[in-house]
Design a protein around this ligand. Structure first.
Ligand SMILES: Cc1cc2nc3c(=O)[nH]c(=O)nc-3n(C[C@H](O)[C@H](O)[C@H](O)COP(=O)(O)OP(=O)(O)OC[C@H]3O[C@@H](n4cnc5c(N)ncnc54)[C@H](O)[C@@H]3O)c2cc1C
Ligand code: SF4
Length: 329
């Protein structure tokens, strides 16, 4: 049985109290929301925080509500289960609700939160293992070692970004409110991530994601979203590939804007390039799908950071892009 390392558990009732606890305990402290990623990682000794600052009792980080200009404001502490059955999301952003429903399995979605999903640690075959397993291999440069067993050369970790909701949020042009010792700042979800598998989330120690903001649709436009996920077991697994699509149509049902985002391949979600040139100004129809899928295939090259064959994952890119496009609604 894998045991947790010792820790103290703090239960702040507000964001300010949580920030003060994180500042007080510095490098020893980590926030914990649902704990569905952090607790297994602690058992594997990937993280050993002596102080856990629990976010579950912070009411200000809850709720799904409409702001100005049609914006949707979603508390980072909302569970994935709640988002997956939110009538507001299912009506307006069905891909986000579907992505939330596609995470892990029901028990984990009841605990796991949107904030935890945004701040999920990257994953790799050589990293998500017990301390004993990793020690036998001489560790790796993401944790305790100095070699990468995937690239074999160089000093770069390419562990995979493996969270389902960020690609949808990036496709939608969403942002997050980040609270820290110096106040609240806003950052686009796309800019939240960097291509560094060691730590791919641009948050300073002691900062918290408190809210996600999805902009309104825009004057005279209709917004549609689509989502498709490849995984080994449909009942529980992390994505081997996630595809998110957002399309804005004008009053004549022509494409005014389109964004496609994939993840599960590299250390950060990837915005697909070249889609606007293919689709903008065209009537929205499945005639566009082959060219969009082909453009995605040309630019996605998975690495051997997961147990499944990268060539097969690459071959699945156009298949899942088409599925996401076919499911747009
Ligand atoms: C078997 C299994 C299958 C899974 N499958 C999937 C899957 O298919 N797709 C997927 O996306 N995920 C999957 N997960 C991972 C996880 O369940 C989800 O990503 C979940 O959303 C994490 O949220 P949490 O609240 O539990 O995060 P936690 O475990 O509490 O935290 C995760 C990380 O985020 C930090 N954090 C949490 N909240 C905040 C915040 N508000 N501000 C700043 N930092 C914060 C924590 O310090 C920690 O570093 C799976 C997990 C397991 C165990
Ligand atoms: S990609 Fe390399 S450095 Fe990163 S976790 Fe995997 S083996 Fe370690």
């Amino acid at each position: 049985m894998l045991r947790l390392p010792p820790y103290r558990y703090h239960r702040p009732r507000g964001v300010q109290e949580a920030l003060e606890l994180l500042a007080l305990h510095g490098d020893e402290a980590m926030p914990i929301a649902g704990g569905t990623d952090l607790i297994p990682n602690m058992k594997h000794r990937l993280f050993t925080p002596g102080e856990l600052v629990a976010l579950g009792g912070i009411e200000a980080m809850r709720g799904v509500e409409r702001g100005e200009g049609g914006e949707l404001r979603i508390g980072a502490g909302e569970t994935l289960a709640a988002l997956g059955r939110s009538a507001l999301l299912m009506g307006e952003l069905p891909a986000l609700a579907a992505a939330a429903r596609g995470v892990a399995g029901p028990q984990l979605r009841n605990r796991g939160t949107l904030g935890g999903n945004l701040c999920l640690d990257t994953r790799c075959t050589y990293y998500n293992q017990t301390a004993f397993w990793r020690e036998a291999l001489g560790y790796c440069l993401k944790k305790d070692g100095d070699v990468c067993h995937v690239t074999k050369v160089g000093a770069k970790c390419v562990a995979a970004h493996s969270a389902d909701t960020p690609p949808v949020l990036i496709a939608l042009g969403a942002g997050v409110e980040v609270a820290g010792p110096d106040g609240v700042r806003e950052v686009g979800v796309e800019e939240l991530f960097v291509a560094d598998g060691v730590r791919n989330v641009r948050l300073e120690r002691g900062e918290l994601v408190v809210r996600v903001r999805v902009p309104g649709t825009g004057e005279g436009l209709r917004r549609l979203t689509g989502y498709a996920k490849l995984r080994q077991r449909g009942s529980i697994d992390f994505p081997l590939l996630t595809v998110a699509v957002a399309v804005w149509l004008d009053e004549e049902e022509r494409v005014a804007a389109i964004r496609g985002v994939v993840t599960g391949l590299g250390s950060r979600p990837r915005v697909l390039s070249g889609w606007e040139a293919i689709a903008v100004g065209e009537p929205w129809s499945d005639q566009l799908f082959p060219a969009l899928a082909e453009r995605a295939h040309a630019q996605c090259r998975p690495l051997e950071n997961m147990t499944t064959d990268p060539d097969w994952r690459r071959a699945m890119v156009p298949v899942y892009v088409r599925r996401a496009l076919e499911g747009v609604g």
